[in-house]
Design a protein around this ligand. Sequence first.
Ligand SMILES: *[C@@H]1O[C@H](CO)[C@@H](O)[C@H](O)[C@H]1NC(C)=O
Ligand SMILES: *[C@@H]1O[C@H](CO)[C@@H](O)[C@H](O)[C@H]1NC(C)=O
Ligand SMILES: *[C@@H]1O[C@H](CO)[C@@H](O)[C@H](O)[C@H]1NC(C)=O
Length: 379
Amino acid sequence: MQFSLWHASLSALALSRSSFLQQSSSALLSLASPPPLHILEPPPPPPTTTTPTTTTTATATAAPRTGRVIIARATSNDGDSQIASVAKAFRNDIQTIVKNDPSLAGPLIRLAFHDAATWESSRGSTSSSSSNPYFWLRQQPSGGPNGSIQYELGRSENRGLSKPLQFVQNITHGYAASLSLADAIALAGASAVEAIGGPTIAIRMGRIDATQADPEFLRTPLKASTRRSIVTKTLPEAGLDSDGLRLYFGQLGFSEKEFVALCGCHGLGRHVSLLGMPKDCLRNLTRTCLEEAPVLLPFVTKSVDTFDNSYFQFLLKWNSNDIKLGDVAFIPTDVDLVVDTGLKRWVDYFAQDQNAYFNAYGQAYQKLVDRTATTQERY
Ligand SMILES: *[C@@H]1O[C@H](CO)[C@@H](O)[C@H](O)[C@H]1NC(C)=O
Ligand SMILES: *[C@@H]1O[C@H](CO)[C@@H](O)[C@H](O)[C@H]1NC(C)=O
Ligand SMILES: *[C@@H]1O[C@H](CO)[C@@H](O)[C@H](O)[C@H]1NC(C)=O
């Protein structure tokens, strides 16, 4: 299984600082001249699609596969106590299992991110995109945390996610229809963090499951002046430079502080190793070979099964060439965070203050998964 938080590329790529800088003169350029669409501050919160009202009808949709009683899915119409008890029990289930096998945490968090981050704020006209960074506020959003990941498993960026999805679905069955898949995935991502030493993150409920895949490509590609910074997909690609990260996460309404915090859980990432791979696979590296690779190597060895701030500490060590072979195997989007001086501020901050990281991560995660939720309360 491929555990990297976003792009599931086969990457035995252990970048040294000097080779990264040589490869990416565009990254250096971007330090000197910020692109026109350089979002330093978070844009105002985008409009929510579903206006939460107190009269939302309970939706008892998909018939449960078990013979249990159908309870309406959590909506703002349900009693708080019922939603609270379902959410609490589901969180406990996830936590018990993840505490027993902490290597499940990374894939569950990645699953939540990949379900949620396909949100696109604009689905409309593209004409004014280059001149007005807030153009999307006039448009209807799409995608987002709506369980659509179940229809998107064939995409290369979702390689390796079928197992964590099945895992969540298996547990969700125990709750009959009282949990939407979207709620279950969002809760699992939060509970997994808590189970391995991270903060407790309460989230809203009442997400409604999609009946089809979210778009794979942005209707409006995002461009900056640097060569590599063209964002075309609804999930971030591993080769984005720092301006690409700003464009991508800016579109989702995240500030630099928030997206650097989200990147922190890349410390739980693992990548596919060729070690022990069957000969046939070495000849023809099919998707099945990648998903069933016997050996996975951590991006950041020390913190791979613990939610802490060592990802940031190792980025700083990498940046000062103070790194031992085998300690880290960063990909470009990791090292972007220290090569770019603006983003490095937040790496410094989180590396020094783990509580600050936990708070920032929790808030960013809520923002990520709560967009399509309908309850006001958090559980
Ligand atoms: C999520 O999926 C549902 C069903 O396909 C869709 O109606 C909804 O618009 C999607 N979310 C957003 C924010 O558009
Ligand atoms: C989910 O349940 C099925 C049927 O019981 C089982 O075969 C499968 O291994 C389970 N998958 C995970 C990831 O738990
Ligand atoms: C590699 O495997 C895939 C899937 O089995 C197959 O379609 C493809 O033709 C193979 N490529 C080579 C070069 O053997």
